[in-house]
Design a protein around this ligand. Structure first.
Ligand code: SF4
Ligand code: SF4
Length: 342
């Protein structure tokens, strides 16, 4: 899964461990809380030539893992060819699929094969059919079975459960109890862990803040989910989507329109940072501090609450939450759910 030695080395050197690569924005899963408003039709897609160039640049700048993102990456034509190329260049393949393409067993088997040194993440935020319909109004509830059958087939094909995760979004639409049931189901039936992305105010053009607020869960609900996770796994760890500040710093994103940002959830478009105009290697060289959140590597620059916090050797809050709240990438995380969880 994560090679912490390489990750920490990359962090120490102001380098990069993983590249979030959005191959295209098309997705059929229709999650109403989607941070990028992915639709069933293509609006932006990186060309095959650019993806190939990005893979070579990734190798050259010392990236260890490609996080294949979409939309739905598994419906991008040629995806397996790109993953093969990544493997040839010594890059790990981590596939972040919603899971619907797993209705095709051939796709599961190929994904399993190409992600043998990485991970496969699926996305099933509830097992409750009414909630599923609420969160995916244009989809049939049969999707739940499609995704679960896909997981079962991946496991039968020999894929280790420790390399599979269910990456969910905990929103204000689910209750903590529902989220806990989903986590327990995956852990008890498949030995698969859940990675929780707590919804926050992503910036979404065309959707008002008021509409987005209903997706933000109450802090007490988040605490309940976190505490149950720790009891369930006995790990003492929180089920964070992003591992730690080292991962946050050493991750880089190329969005489906070619813009390069520190993270796919920070959808900032800087004219001088687009792989359609300039090589990723040069973009990284010219913007290293911005892309690694370099200022925060000096603890004195952390926001007040983080300077005092006993978790600050591994956390500096989510930079995207600060950005979305209008404080730029270096503000206090306005929804720190970690501190005070007991
Ligand atoms: S205050 Fe919150 S965001 Fe800051 S280091 Fe502590 S846990 Fe992380
Ligand atoms: S900005 Fe937030 S979502 Fe992005 S890598 Fe950092 S912690 Fe994770």
């Amino acid at each position: 899964m994560i090679d912490f030695e390489s990750l920490n080395r990359a962090y120490q050197r102001d380098g990069f461990y993983s590249l979030q690569l959005e191959v295209g924005d098309r997705c059929h899963q229709g999650c109403i809380y989607c941070y990028m408003n992915a639709l069933s039709e293509i609006r932006n897609q990186l060309t095959g030539d650019i993806i190939t160039d990005i893979l070579y640049w990734s190798r050259d700048i010392g990236i260890s893992a490609i996080e294949w993102l979409g939309g739905e990456p598994l419906i991008r034509p040629g995806i397996f060819k790109f993953m093969e190329k990544a493997g040839e260049l010594g890059l790990r393949n981590n596939m972040w699929t919603g899971g619907l393409p797993f209705s095709d067993k051939g796709i599961i088997e190929r994904t399993v094969e190409l992600c043998q040194h990485g991970l496969i993440s699926i996305h099933l935020s509830t097992l409750d059919t009414s909630l599923y319909s609420l969160m995916h109004p244009d989809r049939p509830v049969r999707d739940i079975d499609t995704i679960l059958e896909g997981v079962e087939h991946a496991l039968k094909s020999g894929y280790p459960p420790g390399q599979l995760i269910n990456s969910v979004t905990f929103t204000g639409l689910q209750t903590a109890e529902d989220m806990i049931r989903t986590m327990e189901f995956f852990y008890e039936n498949y030995n698969i862990l859940t990675s929780i992305n707590v919804y926050h105010t992503y910036m979404r053009p065309g959707i008002s803040d008021k509409q987005l607020k209903r997706f933000i869960p109450r802090p007490e609900e988040v605490s309940k989910v976190y505490n149950s996770y720790r009891k369930l796994t006995g790990s003492g760890k929180l089920p964070m989507n992003c591992v730690n500040k080292q991962y946050c710093s050493a991750t880089l994103a190329v969005l489906n329109n070619g813009f390069v940002t520190p993270c796919a959830t920070i959808r900032e478009e800087n004219d001088h940072m687009n792989v359609k105009q300039k090589g990723l290697d040069r973009i990284v060289e010219d913007n290293r501090e911005y892309l690694t959140f370099g200022l925060f590597k000096n603890m004195e620059n952390l926001p007040g609450a983080c300077r005092q916090c006993n978790m600050n050797s591994e956390c500096w809050g989510c930079r995207s939450r600060s950005y979305a709240a209008g404080s730029g990438i270096y503000g206090q995380d306005p929804r720190c759910f970690r501190a005070g969880v007991n």
